[in-house]
Design a protein around this ligand. Structure first.
Ligand code: 2DT
Length: 251
């Protein structure tokens, strides 16, 4: 049976260099002769994307649940084409996906940012779920609408500290581009990461990356070329396609 394309998601905090690294990865895969397509969510060009864009620019207000569902719908709109492309051998790189959906919405329900559980990765890695409120926009509620979407083979999470983000020029003007929100989002990303088996970045054997979603944290505070090299180190094993069937998120 011919191999399908690999599905690689790049997630990250603002100022992590995510968009730069994603397009570099795209170029490198293209140059290696891999058929590759780049997706970015939210896709602001569709009808749902235009509503999302207006919300992010604070030109409109929406209930937290309504915007969450729009972000999810924005992915579902693309799901059919993505599946077709992957099954016909195209590798997909995706700049943000369902994990951003959970992280940004569930972050709204976290306790105030002065809480040490938000800024300390150690506290969260011990039991991050404890810091997530179950009263509104619970983690489970946020995850539900994306259940069944095509599951990536690999999620690369570009982690960047607040200090590095500030040194890179601080945050932009959109709704979520604030230090307090970014801190909360980082905490939820850490909560998501513990759902997936850890990967040793040094080991690139195909067997290590096939057969289920893998999540890799990369220190995006490093020099851009080093970050690019770390990413390639993980992705190289997937060049040439994947032999296992495409999975579905959380199902
Ligand atoms: P960009 O700055 O990357 O365009 O993202 N977001 C994104 C959500 O809140 N939910 C989602 O499902 C996705 C994909 C992250 C725009 C902002 O939208 C947030 C930042």
């Amino acid at each position: 049976m011919p191999k399908r394309g690999a599905f690689i998601v790049v997630e990250g905090l603002d100022r992590s260099g995510k968009t730069t690294q994603t397009s570099r990865l795209y170029d490198r895969l293209s140059q290696s002769g891999t058929p590759v397509k780049l997706y970015k969510f939210p896709d602001r060009t569709t009808a749902t994307g235009k509503m999302i864009d207006s919300y992010l620019r604070s030109q409109s207000e929406l209930d937290d649940r309504a915007i969450h569902l729009l972000f999810s719908a924005n992915r579902w709109e693309a799901a059919c084409s993505m599946i077709k492309e992957l099954e016909t051998g195209t590798t997909i790189i995706c700049d943000r996906y369902a994990f951003s959906g959970i992280a940004f919405s569930a972050a709204k329900a976290l306790p105030p940012p002065s809480s040490s559980s938000l800024s300390s990765p150690d506290t969260n890695s011990t039991n991050p779920s404890k810091s997530i409120s179950t009263s509104t926009l619970s983690y489970e509620w946020c995850r539900a609408p994306d259940t069944g979407l095509p599951a990536p083979d690999l999620v690369i999470f570009l982690d960047v500290s607040e200090a590095v983000a500030q040194a890179r020029g601080g945050y932009g003007q959109e709704r979520y581009e604030k230090a307090d929100m970014q801190r909360r989002v980082r905490a939820v990303f850490q909560r998501i990461a513990i759902e997936f088996p850890p990967v040793d970045v040094g080991r690139r054997a195909q067997g290590e990356l096939e057969g289920g979603l893998r999540w890799i944290n990369i220190d995006a505070g490093q020099d851009m070329d080093k970050v690019g090299a770390d990413i390639w180190n993980c992705v190289e094993a997937l060049v040439g396609g994947v032999g296992t069937p495409l999975g579905r998120l959380w199902s």
